[in-house]
Ligand binder design. Structure first.
Ligand code: C2E
Ligand code: MG
Length: 766
């Protein structure tokens, strides 16, 4: 099962994807951010618009108010001028001013001073004591003289710095209508902007009186009063209609500015509200809204982030759980189809692969081959070095087998030391033979197990499709029987399946079946082989050797059926029979007057480790009445090494019974001297293989000498078995061997023959 990565989606899946937390949370977050900031910006804009509107509104109100005030002041001034004009034109001009003042018809001279000038512009009368003397400004004189209207002077610098005076004048006419001078009202320019209300106009607002000639008569911003500079009156008056914010030309401050022309006067009032000041509240509100939006965004992002994180963790956990399930399923499947020790495919998987292989070979008309492989003497390694070492060996064999094969080939372990190889495509037998030989060579390389080097071999059987079988069963069965043929041919080789030879195998199978019935039918007999003293030649004992009197096959040697009996467990009842018969025979000979002899009986591993052994021995000894010290049990060296601790325990029990113990086939079972010392034994029997070449191979001679010397050191009786020649006997005798057994001395023989031999020696008639 394949898990798609989270990002592998394509566009058509987008709506589905949007419901996934990875997309959903950011989408919600974006939406909410848009809402928050949209609302904040709308509020800011609304706040600003409201502020702008209110600034425009108040600029309008202020302008109206100021206009009214200015008009009132100007009209009052003009009224004074007209009054003086009237008085002048109707009476004595010198007195006129004086009288008017006395009557309180003139404005208070604190603010206004009224003066009269003659035709030349020289001031001739003034209400102000320190009032205006001297000359009227020539330009104003000319303007006043030219028309009947009111003229306004340019602002004239006052006494103190920053003070300005404005002169409002009208002409005076003589009775004859000729120009007779001017009347002037002089006013402190600041008077016109004294109504500057800082609460409404702020520190940067503007209140000004502007001449229609573009010259500011007076202008006030906060506390600062200026006059005399120019601007474009048309632009100002136009801007009034647009009521827009524009930087004031004189100081560049953006203002809501309004200018109203004063009807009947060459003047206009200007009112301006500084944009900055008017929008302060809106700006403050904007800061508040933006800060709130910022805070809300931060909180939102934190919450969404947290939720996203949690959901990601959840998704990850879910994915991990899914993956765990998959891994578990894969593991279960792996275990079901693989051998746990070597990791190779097991029988089930092999059978599937073979089935597929056969189907393909049939379709493409190809050949395939099945190779059955069994390790030779593996059981011995397992029994001797223990199961862990045996397991290590199997693992190493598995590795080596894999190394001999191509990627497309399969090697499986069927169980125990049985392996099977599938070559799915083969062209000819030579190719199979090469693979089989490679396998044999690979297995033959030395192995290192528990620090020691060992060699092992294998037997391989080959069956081919379609030649040797057309289906799975027949191919495996035939490869198996070919493997047995290889074993029969001396092991460490490979054999192709042959129908003729397989018939022998069938025979063997029937042999196994009849073995089961042999006991009941009394087909077993014992032969006896003498042991003699190496020096005197006297018979020291005898060894009971089993034979099977087969009704069809004749006398069958033990090596042909004992392995089968051992494997099937039949050896236990057979062994029981041997023990009882041997002891009974010995007692029979004794009763017949023959000398009491030591009787040796062989035990296999199964017999030796059988829990009932001691009980049965006791029973047989009691039953037959044979003295325990006459019974000698022969156990193979390799058998004892299988489980040293347990073996020592059993041997001790046997020792307590009083029976003797001999180690059989000594020298090939890997026992170390230290292990040997632990065993409570009486004698060792040197393996026959040493005898064969004892005369020829120097190493074997040396080893035989060493074994004899070691046995003597441990005070054991050393028996040489399989002696066939005089040379062997001489060599062994010379080296201090105690007893001899072999064809050179006596062959195994029937009980009667042995009794005769014994009787002849002892001088007793058999
Ligand atoms: P083993 O205990 O090593 O017995 C000695 C074998 O060597 C016997 O073979 C004997 O016939 C043979 N032999 C003796 N002298 C010579 C000789 O000079 N040259 C040659 N080539 N062979 C000689 P056998 O009787 O065929 O027995 C084979 C093995 O079968 C025995 O080896 C023993 O391990 C096993 N065996 C025999 N009888 C019994 C039995 O009653 N019970 C059990 N458990 N095993 C038995
Ligand atoms: Mg023996």
């Amino acid at each position: 099962m394949n898990i798609k990565p989270l990002w592998s989606g394509t566009l058509p899946h987008l709506p589905g994807r949007l419901t996934e937390p990875l997309w959903l949370f950011p989408a919600i977050a974006l939406l909410m951010l848009a809402v928050i900031w949209g609302a904040a910006l709308r509020l800011v804009a609304a706040e600003r618009t409201a502020a702008e509107r209110s600034a425009l509104q108040s600029s309008l109100e202020l302008a109206d108010t100021y206009e009214a005030q200015a008009l009132r002041a100007l009209r009052e001034i003009d009224q004074t001028l007209k009054l003086v004009q009237y008085a002048h034109e109707s009476g004595a001009r010198q007195l006129a001013l004086h009288r008017l003042d006395e009557r309180g018809l003139l404005p208070p001279d604190l603010l206004f001073s009224v003066s009269i000038a003659d035709r030349s512009g020289a001031v001739v009368a003034s209400t102000h004591a320190s009032g205006r003397r001297g000359q009227v400004d020539a330009a104003q004189l000319a303007a006043t003289r030219a028309g009947d209207g009111l003229t306004v002077s340019l602002p004239q610098p006052g006494l103190a710095a920053g003070e300005w005076t404005l002169h409002f004048a009208r002409r005076l006419l003589a009775r004859d209508g000729s120009f007779d001078g001017t009347v002037t009202v002089s006013v402190d320019a600041a008077y016109f902007v004294s109504g500057y209300d800082a609460a409404r106009l702020g520190a940067h607002g503007v209140l000004a009186l502007l001449g229609t000639d573009g010259v500011f008569r007076v202008r006030r911003s906060g506390e600062a009063v200026a006059a005399g500079d120019r601007t474009d009156p048309a632009a100002l008056l136009l801007a009034t209609d647009a009521a827009r914010v524009a930087p004031s030309p004189w100081d560049g401050v953006p203002r809501y500015t309004r200018a109203h022309e004063l009807y009947g006067f060459p003047l206009a009032i200007v009112v301006g509200l500084a944009e900055d000041e008017q929008l302060t509240a809106a700006h403050a509100a904007r800061h508040v809204y933006l800060a709130r939006a910022g805070a809300a965004s931060a909180v939102l992002l934190a919450v969404v982030g947290l939720l996203g994180r949690l959901s990601r963790q959840l998704a990850r956990a879910r994915q991990a759980a899914v993956q765990e399930h998959i891994a578990h399923a894969e593991r279960v499947e792996y275990l079901a189809y693989h051998d746990s020790l070597t990791g190779l495919p097991n029988r089930s998987l092999f059978s599937r692969l073979l089935g597929q292989g056969i189907a393909e070979a049939r379709r493409y008309e190809r050949q395939l081959a099945v190779l059955f492989l069994d390790l030779d003497h593996f059981k011995q390694i397992n029994d001797t070095l223990g199961h862990d070492a045996g397991d290590d060996l199997l693992k190493e064999v598995a590795l080596r087998l894999r190394g001999c094969l191509r990627e497309s080939d399969t090697v499986a372990r069927l169980g125990g030391d049985e392996f099977v190889v599938l070559l799915p495509v083969v062209e000819h037998d030579q190719q199979i033979a090469t693979v089989a030989q490679n396998i044999l060579t690979a297995v033959a390389r030395p192995f290192v197990l528990i620090g020691q080097e060992f060699r092992i071999s294998a037997s391989v059987g080959v069956a081919r499709f379609p030649l040797d079988g057309l289906d799975e069963q027949s191919l495996t069965k035939h490869a198996d029987s070919a493997m047995y043929q290889a074993k029969e041919d001396g092991k460490n080789n490979f054999q192709f399946y042959s129908e003729a030879r397989s018939a022998n195998a069938l025979q063997r199978v029937s042999l196994e079946a009849s073995l089961r019935r042999a006991l009941e039918r009394g087909e077993f007999v014992l032969h006896y082989q003498a042991k003699r003293d190496a020096r005197s030649g006297a018979i020291t004992g005898t060894e009971a050797l089993l034979r099977w009197q087969h009704p069809d096959l004749g006398l069958v040697a033990p090596m042909q059926f004992i392995p089968v009996a051992e494997a099937t467990g039949l050896i236990v009842p057979i062994g029981r029979w041997v023990l009882r018969s041997a002891c009974a025979q010995n007692m029979a000979w004794q009763r017949a007057g023959l000398p009491a002899l030591r009787m040796a009986v062989n035990l296999t591993a199964r017999q030796f480790f059988d829990d009932r052994l001691i009980g049965e021995l006791n029973a047989v000894l009691a039953e037959t009445g044979m003295a325990p010290e006459l019974l000698e049990l022969e156990v193979a060296e390799s058998l004892l090494m299988h489980d040293v601790g347990r073996s020592v325990g059993i041997l001790n029990h046997l020792r307590k019974l009083g029976v003797r113990i001999a180690i059989d086939d000594f020298g090939v079972g890997y026992s170390s001297l230290s292990a040997l010392k632990q065993f409570p034994i009486d004698s060792i029997k040197i393996d026959r293989s040493f005898m064969r070449d004892a005369g020829a191979v120097p190493e074997d001679r040396a080893l035989t000498e060493a074994i004899i010397a070691m046995g003597r050191t441990l005070s054991l009786s050393v028996v040489a078995q399989g002696i066939e020649t005089r040379e062997q006997a001489d060599f062994l005798r010379a080296n201090g061997c105690n007893e001899f057994q072999g064809y050179f001395v006596n062959r195994p023989m029937q009980a009667e023959d042995f009794a005769a031999l014994l009787g002849a020696r002892a001088g007793v008639a058999a």
